[in-house]
Design a protein around this ligand. Structure first.
Ligand code: FAD
Length: 327
């Protein structure tokens, strides 16, 4: 039977669930608190282009993930990023990443979620605060106190801390209790995009350093289809450094990360422009959850990367499995 479903969140998990449920004939509405879709597959406008400040790349170990993207986002929306990936081992030597295909959105990471969102009905700038019982259905209420319709089923794709708040406010204590495990927490991350008109002399495109400050460094301009003049680099701080500087000024953060980048690479790195973005919820600390949660009695499901490995592909996997369980 056809059901009305509300999906909370328009990151990859929410968009995947919406498309698949729509395909099954259900009537789906997506609610997103931000201005646009994408969630943590995010790009920020910088200079004349954009830089990916959230997810850096993704894998498609499950071939069905690629088929899904080709069908619903289109093969122009993403491409392989054949970069020189290096990590620094315990003895501080640089090693290549294992051989694997790594993909990015083209010309920016958000191209994928933008294309996917064309197939679904997204109501942006609405932050759902709670679900209220309305007979057998759920009424959605936003933080402005407005009602946003009644639905047979609700799928929540917010990160665990936010999902838990939503569940508690909706008297769904059973599901909320399952989110109390501290390993489910998502760690914060300061991200900085820095522009160099003189490309720094670095012998890799993407690096995971052995550093207390930097978790990840990548030449965003080396991704396919960027066409930047000069180079935009993206620097991600470690969760520990981010926690210790969570309320720091963006200018201070940029300076610290660029300084560490210069120390790490020996490059005479002097950016002419920097942009900082703070993620309070970036990546899962650890996760080996079963993929999704579904409370069939209440008609409420949870999906998201944090339920399936904390990565882009996991977000898709989690949503796909939840939809298979609901049908
Ligand atoms: P999200 O993308 O977080 O989507 C959740 C959505 O719900 C958001 O849009 C949010 O605004 C919305 N929302 C939340 N609460 C509400 C509410 N109450 N009402 C309405 N809307 C709400 N993954 C990789 O695979 N490779 C990487 O290299 C990589 N690097 C990363 C680097 C950083 C800095 C970050 C932040 C993440 C990185 N990730 C990476 C992780 C990857 O981005 C995520 O795994 C994936 O994008 C999560 O998708 P999602 O749909 O589960 O969650």
């Amino acid at each position: 039977s056809i059901r009305s479903v509300a999906v909370i969140g328009s990151g990859l998990a929410g968009l995947t669930a919406s498309i698949l449920l729509g395909q099954l004939g259900h009537s789906v509405t997506v609610f997103e608190k931000s201005r646009g879709p994408g969630g943590r597959m995010a790009s920020k406008r910088v200079g004349s282009g954009s830089a990916d400040v959230g997810a850096q790349y993704f894998t498609a170990r499950n071939p069905e993930f690629l088929s899904f993207l080709q069908r619903w986002a289109g093969s122009d929306a993403f491409r392989e990023w054949p970069a020189r990936f290096r990590f620094q081992d315990d003895t501080l030597n640089w090693q290549p990443f294992p051989e694997e295909k790594r993909y990015v959105g083209v010309p920016r990471m958000t191209a994928i979620t933008r294309a996917l969102s064309a197939h679904v009905d997204v109501t942006a700038r609405v932050r759902i605060e709670r679900l209220e019982r309305s007979g057998n259905q759920w009424q959605l209420v936003c933080t402005e106190g407005l009602n946003h319709g009644v639905f047979d089923q609700v799928i929540i794709t917010a990160p665990p801390a936010q999902a838990r708040e939503l569940l508690l406010a909706s008297q769904l204590d059973g599901l909320a209790e399952e989110l109390e495990n501290p390993v489910d927490q998502i760690l914060p991350c300061w991200a900085v995009a820095a522009h160099f008109s003189e490309p720094p002399d670095v012998n890799a495109d993407a690096m995971r350093p052995h550093s207390e400050v930097l978790y990840w460094v990548a030449n965003n301009s080396s991704k396919p289809g960027r066409n930047d003049s000069g180079q935009w680099w993206v620097l991600h701080a470690t969760p520990e450094w981010t926690k210790a500087h969570v309320d720091a000024e963006p200018g201070h953060v940029s300076k610290a990360l660029v300084g560490e980048f210069a120390a790490l690479t020996g490059a005479d790195a002097r950016p002419d422009e920097t942009v900082a973005h703070r993620w309070l919820y970036a990546r899962s600390a650890w996760s080996s959850q079963p993929g999704y949660r579904y409370d069939a009695e209440n008609g409420v499901g949870l999906a998201g990367d944090w339920l399936a490995g904390g990565r882009v592909e996991g977000a898709w996997e989690s949503a796909t499995r939840l939809v298979a369980a609901i049908r």
